[in-house]
Design a binder for this molecule. Sequence first.
Ligand code: KIV
Ligand code: ZN
Length: 391
Amino acid sequence: MSDNNVQIFDTTLRDGEQVPGCKLNTEQKVIIAEQLDKLGVDVIEAGFPVSSPGDFRSVEEISKIVKNATVCGLTRSVENDIQVAAEALKYAKKPRIHTGIGTSDSHIKHKFKSNREAIIERAVKAVSYAKSFVEDVEFYAEDAGRTDNDYLARICEEAIKAGATVLNIPDTTGYCLPSEYGAKIKYLKENVKGIEKAILSCHCHNDLGLATANSIEGVINGARQIECTINGIGERAGNTALEEVVMILKQHPYLNLDTNINTQMLYGLSQLVSDRMGIYTQPNKAIVGANAFAHSSGIHQDGVIKNRETYEIIDPKDVGVTASAIVLTARSGRAALAYRAKNVGYELTKLQLDEVYKNFLDFADKKKEVDDNDIHQIIESCKLYKEIISA
Ligand code: KIV
Ligand code: ZN
């Protein structure tokens, strides 16, 4: 892996699947995992094997079919979890155990009724135990976003000594500002002894709508893995959206950070996940929403018809969308109407367009969106159009 390669760790099938009411069965998970592997993700977190027989089976089946990506299973810092995960991952070409524990004072006090030293001991034991099964062990410091940086650095250092290859720094509650999260990653890069032996990973939740911004700030400050889900799905407000971080890095080449993702598959994957999970994607969702490449106001439509780049920073084909859409509404201008009319077979003269446009506005005021059938109807009913055609 080169220094400027950012590993994409997809957790659609684990953290993403924690969306209430969206549980997938093993067959559905296998189909999605196959596509994620083709998409080029580096790691697929396939589930939490100890949590249920279904999750165990999914991790096992996904391990059998994935060809390129590392397959990862989540555990708590509990021996039985780790042993069960190792068993579920036994067919994986590249297995990874993802183990960890809450490190913020809130988690230590309320969840574990413990203290900082005892938590370090549990973390070290868990990493060492996981290491007895697999070479690749990722340690997560849950609620790292609200964990004191000195203590976080200490526990990360001990996890590396115990054999962790990746250190996951989750902003579990989606609390951090991008500047804080970036500073946290920088602090760990500069203060953890042995940090060169491990990769720092961003795992950001979206409670304040900052998951994508925080992950990008993390990699700018030295992290080299982003944990994310297709469409940003996940518990509460969700996780970092895979399609967003990948396209941000692609569209800002001066950051000098690449991924291995085949971006032309992004739209298809988004549709697949939305369909299988039964979660509708909001139309204005960045990159993959139905309106992400649709233009409806006259000024924008005129610009896009003249040159797409006037109002689009991404070529829709780069993310698997066939074309930009010129949507006809009452806010559309003559340029858009002429363009759409031409697409359905009418080459209108200036005079004809003036008349058709008047009728179009009357129609569009009554209907939210004017479709191809409506265009035929509007044009065929125009007096001037008929006169010229029959002349
Ligand atoms: O958000 C989080 O802290 C997690 C960990 C379990 C990795 O999902
Ligand atoms: Zn999470």
